[in-house]
Design a protein around this ligand. Structure first.
Ligand code: HEM
Length: 483
């Protein structure tokens, strides 16, 4: 049967309409398998402006509103958050997820390491770090840290008033730099350290933005990044000039240079500098702030310290090695509890193949994110999650450095932080020395965490002044002294 041209046109129109309806139903069904999506009016920008205002809060509000898995579209990226146990297991274990692809992108943008250079050295660096910073290698750093901490405590004088975060930084920054990069480099120069701090703070402050967005949008950040790259070039030259003949005298920087064999040296050294610095100051700050702001906890910590080192130290410096630190378990519980409460806002992977979580399929290309900060507020693992309770860590085997179930402050899976034992020792030693040497009085309440950043341990949102006074020293024969 032949149709008239008008009837043919009508049939064609109807068929096209039907096809469009079917396609729309299917596409809706397909996209309904995806997690709920939070965008904005402007497609590329998405929810970036809301996210930028207070990212940490925005994650939790979205979880309450949309459930355990949701996607936030921001500046052309799909950021899919998983917030419960099923999501956490998939985040760390799924074969559909890759961590290298994400780190490669971050290193390209933040440290100008190209893809080829990244893949050429990444595994070797990771192995070197795991081996040089393993638990049984801590003896390589403890004596040096102990001496360096004392040297820099002297700059504080007998007494004073200072913001606690600056107090911590003033001691920790040069000590960490000297220990990891060596005293022979230009980083021992105090003027250089002041400049480094200025640029490091700018670089650190916008690290997440620099890792995702074009550099030209952040001119100050870019300036600091290039300043830091030039600095590490100089540090590398100094370290090469003073290359030690004996293996035992090598710093971590020397081992890094041995591993890189000239491949993207400045870029990798900048990443190492950033990773070794960004979380250690806030983590030390929170540990001291939580301890001294609660009289009962402060008292217990002091009793433990005096039981090990005696009531007063005489004029000599106390010696703290791993053996002495093992005798200060309450202090370690305080540090781990502080880390739990102020853990990184987010850690990240990339979805490589369609991935099922709950009833959703997360498409390849999504940036998969999880928040240790919010995961540590699950009452199933941490009853009364907002309360600072060092005693909850008694259940963990902290002598063997086994953390509590549900604690992911150092990440997990294949990407566990390789610096975790070193940083725990640095904080443990410094907190013990400060409390032993100085009487601290908090002048302000403990500030909240800043909600502005997701990378690294969270920083304080405001000042927290303390008064410090050197403790009266009297000789004690039971003490352990540094010679
Ligand atoms: C309190 C201090 C620290 C905290 C809270 C911390 C936390 C983390 C976290 C959460 C990750 C990502 C893990 C993941 O995505 O699953 C990480 C990775 C990393 N951390 Fe740490 N970290 C700290 C100190 C350090 C120190 C002192 C160093 C070096 C000396 C360091 C070196 C690294 C490196 C190199 C990576 C990347 C690992 C890789 O690419 O395989 N971290 N850290």
């Amino acid at each position: 049967m032949e149709l008239s041209p008008a009837a043919g046109a009508t049939v064609l129109l109807l068929s096209l309409t039907l096809a469009a309806v079917i396609a729309s139903v299917f596409s809706r069904r397909r996209s309904s398998q995806r997690p709920p999506c939070i965008g904005g009016w402007i497609p590329w920008l998405g929810a970036a402006l809301w996210l930028r205002k207070a990212p940490l809060q925005f994650i939790e509000q979205s979880r309450i509103k949309y459930g355990p898995v949701f996607t936030i579209v921001a500046v052309g990226h799909r950021l899919t958050f998983v917030t419960d146990e099923e999501g956490c297991a998939a985040f760390f274990k799924s074969k559909q997820v890759d961590f290298l692809a994400f780190i490669q992108r971050v290193m390209q943008k933040t440290a100008s390491i190209n893809k080829e250079s990244f893949y050429k050295s990444y595994n070797a660096i990771r192995e070197m770090m795991k081996s040089r910073m393993s638990q049984n290698k801590m003896y390589l750093y403890s004596k040096k840290l102990n001496e360096e901490f004392y040297e820099h405590l002297e700059y504080l004088g007998m007494e004073g008033t200072m913001d606690l975060y600056n107090f911590v930084r003033q001691i920790m920054v040069p000590v960490v730099l000297n220990t990891l990069f060596g005293k022979e480099t230009c980083l021992t120069n105090r003027k250089m350290i002041a400049q480094l701090e200025e640029h490091f703070c700018k670089f650190d402050e916008k690290f997440e933005y620099g890792a995702l967005l074009p550099e030209y949008l952040f001119r100050d950040w870019s300036k600091s990044k290039h300043w830091l790259l030039r600095l590490v070039e100089k540090v590398v030259r100094d370290a090469e000039r003073n290359y030690p003949s004996e293996d035992k005298s090598k710093t971590l920087l020397h081992h890094l240079l041995d591993t890189l064999k000239g491949n993207a040296t400045s870029g990798f050294c900048l990443v190492f500098l950033w990773a070794s610095q960004t979380s250690v100051y806030p983590a030390t700050f929170w540990s001291l702030a939580f301890i001294i702001s609660q009289p009962a906890i402060y008292k217990t910590a002091m009793e433990e310290i005096t039981a090990v080192f005696g009531k007063a130290a005489g004029n000599e410096n106390v010696k703290i090695s791993e053996t002495e630190l093992q005798k200060l378990p309450f202090l370690k519980c305080c540090i781990l509890e502080s880390l739990r409460l102020r853990s990184p806002g987010a850690i990240t992977r990339i979805v490589m193949k369609p991935m099922k979580i709950h009833n959703y399929t997360i498409p390849p290309g999504d940036v998969l994110m999880m928040s240790p900060f919010w995961m540590h507020r699950n009452p199933k693992y941490f009853p009364e999650p907002e309360v600072f309770k060092p005693e909850r860590w008694k259940k963990a085997n902290i002598e063997k450095n086994i953390f509590l179930d549900g604690f992911i402050g150092f990440g997990g899976g294949q990407l566990f932080c390789p610096g975790r034992w070193l940083v725990l020792m640095e904080i443990h030693m410094l907190v013990a020395l400060i409390l032993y040497e100085f009487e601290l009085t908090p002048l302000d309440p403990v500030p909240d965490q800043s909600n502005l950043h997701l990378a690294g341990a969270l920083k304080p949102s405001g000042p927290c002044r303390i008064q410090y006074k050197q403790r009266m020293k009297a000789h004690s024969s039971a003490m352990n002294v540094l010679h």
